[in-house]
Design a protein around this ligand. Structure first.
Ligand SMILES: *Cc1c(COP(=O)(O)O)cnc(C)c1O
Length: 389
C-alpha cells in the first residue's frame, strides 16, 4: 500500500486545524465554571443536595425544550434509570443498534433484560427503520397486548435509537414502528446535545431520552448525565428512584422501593451550569469546523465526510469520515498514519454483537453494521480547534 489516501486525508485535516498534536474531543473551561465551583465549595454543598443541581436541570430543560430534566451521575445511569422507569423487566428484550457504545446494551443488561441487536443504515448511521419493520413483521407477534419475539417467547418492551456521533436517527419512521408494534421508544441522545430532528431536540421525541456529560462529550460536568421527558409522572419517579427512593421527610429514613444513588452531585452540576452558558457558542464553532472539513474533503477520492439526513441539525459531536467500500482494508493503515501524524482519530466501536458479553444475543441481519465498522474514522472535532489554525 502506498499511503496515498492517508496523505491526502492528513493534508486536508491539517489544512483546517493546523499541524499541532490534537485530541479527538477536548473540554474547555473559559466561562464561569471556576466561579460556580468556588461558590459551590464555599457553600459546603458539594454533594447530593444543592442549588446548582436544580439550576442545571432547569437550564437543560429550557435548552432542550423538554418539560423535565433529571440530572444523574452519568449517562449510563440515566439510561438504566430510564429503562427501569419505563418498566423494562427481567426477561424482557430491548432492541438496540449493534453500532453503538457498549453502555447502551449494558443498561439493558442491568435490568436483567437482553439486548436484541438491529442494523443501522448508511444515510443516518442510526437504526434502519425499513429493515427493522420487515424484521419485526417476521419475527414478532402481539401476545397479551405485548410485542413478543416468536423465537424466544420473550416480550420486546423497548427500542433504543441512538443518535450516532450527534447525527439524528430517522425518528419519524422509528416512532411509527414503536406505535405499530407497541414498543416504547427510549432515545440514547448521549452524544447529541444540541442536535435536532426537525424542530425537536433529540432525546425529546420518544417517551424518555438521555444525555451524557462525560468529559469527551460536547459539554461536560466531569461525569454526569440526564433524563429528559415531557411526562410529569415519569420525571417524578425518575428523580425519586435516583435518590434511593427516599420518602421526603425532615429526619426519617424511609424508602418505598428499590432506589439508586444516581443523583448528580452539586459540584458536578456547578461545572455544568458554567458549561451550559457556552454551549451555543461551542455548537456554532463546531458547525463552522464541520463546514471547513466539508470543503477540505470535497475533492478527495476514496473518502466522504458524513453529512447526516435532511430535516435534521447535528451538533457534529464527532466528525465522521467514511472510506469507500473498495478501500475497506486500508482502515488500519489510515488510522495508524493519522495517529502517527499527531491527529488523534479512531474507528467506530467494535459492533456490540462481536463483544464477548453479547455474542449470544438475539440479532437481525447486521450486514450494514459490519460493513460500516470497516469504513468509519472519527477525526478531531473540538470546537476550539478552529482558532488554532
Ligand atoms: C457516552 C455515551 C453513553 C454513556 O454516557 P456516560 O456518561 O459515559 O456513562 C451512552 N451511550 C452512548 C452512545 C454514549 O456515547
Amino acid at each position: 500500500m502506498n499511503h496515498e489516501l492517508s496523505r491526502s486525508i492528513i493534508s486536508a485535516i491539517q489544512g483546517v486545524i493546523g499541524d499541532s498534536q490534537v485530541n479527538l474531543h477536548e473540554p474547555e473551561f473559559k466561562g464561569n465554571e471556576r466561579k460556580y465551583l468556588n461558590d459551590c465549595i464555599d457553600s459546603t454543598y458539594v454533594s447530593s443536595v444543592g442549588e446548582y443541581v436544580n439550576l442545571f436541570e432547569n437550564k437543560l430543560a429550557e435548552f432542550t425544550n423538554a418539560n423535565f430534566a433529571i440530572a444523574t451521575t452519568n449517562g449510563t445511569a440515566a439510561l438504566h434509570l430510564a429503562l427501569v422507569v419505563a418498566g423494562v423487566e427481567r426477561g424482557d428484550e430491548v432492541l438496540v443498534p449493534s453500532l453503538t457504545f457498549i453502555a447502551t446494551a449494558n443498561a439493558v443488561a442491568y435490568c436483567g433484560a437482553s439486548p436484541h441487536f438491529v442494523d443501522v443504515d448508511t444515510d443516518s448511521l442510526g437504526i434502519d427503520p425499513i429493515k427493522l419493520n420487515e424484521y419485526l413483521k417476521n419475527t414478532t407477534k402481539l401476545k397479551d397486548g405485548k410485542c413478543t419475539n416468536k423465537i424466544t417467547g420473550q416480550p420486546i418492551s423497548a427500542l433504543i435509537p441512538m443518535h450516532t456521533f450527534g447525527y439524528p436517527a430517522k425518528m419519524e419512521a422509528i416512532l411509527e414502528i414503536g406505535d405499530t408494534y407497541k414498543i416504547q421508544i427510549i432515545e440514547d441522545a448521549a452524544e447529541s446535545l444540541g442536535s435536532y430532528y426537525k424542530a425537536k431536540h433529540t432525546g425529546t421525541l420518544g417517551k424518555i431520552g438521555i444525555i451524557s456529560f462525560n468529559g469527551n462529550k460536547v459539554i461536560t460536568t466531569g461525569g454526569g448525565g440526564a433524563i429528559l421527558t415531557n411526562d410529569k409522572k415519569i420525571a417524578e419517579l425518575a428523580k425519586h428512584l435516583s435518590t434511593t427512593a427516599k420518602v421526603k421527610h425532615k429526619w426519617e429514613f424511609k424508602h418505598d422501593s428499590l432506589g439508586f444513588n444516581y443523583r448528580l452531585p452539586n459540584l458536578n452540576a456547578a461545572l455544568g451550569c458554567g458549561q451550559l452558558e457556552v454551549l451555543q457558542e461551542k455548537l456554532e464553532n463546531k458547525a463552522k469546523l464541520h463546514q471547513e472539513y466539508k470543503f477540505a474533503f470535497e475533492n478527495i477520492d476514496g473518502v466522504n465526510l458524513f453529512e447526516g439526513i435532511p430535516d435534521t441539525r447535528s451538533n457534529h459531536w464527532l466528525n465522521v469520515l467514511i472510506l469507500s467500500k473498495k478501500t475497506e482494508n486500508i482502515l488500519e493503515e489510515t488510522l495508524r498514519d493519522l495517529n502517527d501524524a499527531g491527529i488523534a482519530s479512531r474507528p467506530v466501536w467494535n459492533p456490540l454483537h462481536k463483544n464477548s458479553t453479547y455474542k449470544n444475543s438475539q440479532h437481525s441481519d447486521l450486514s450494514t453494521t459490519e460493513e460500516l465498522s470497516g469504513q468509519i474514522i472519527n477525526i478531531p472535532s473540538s470546537p476550539q480547534l478552529l482558532s488554532k489554525s
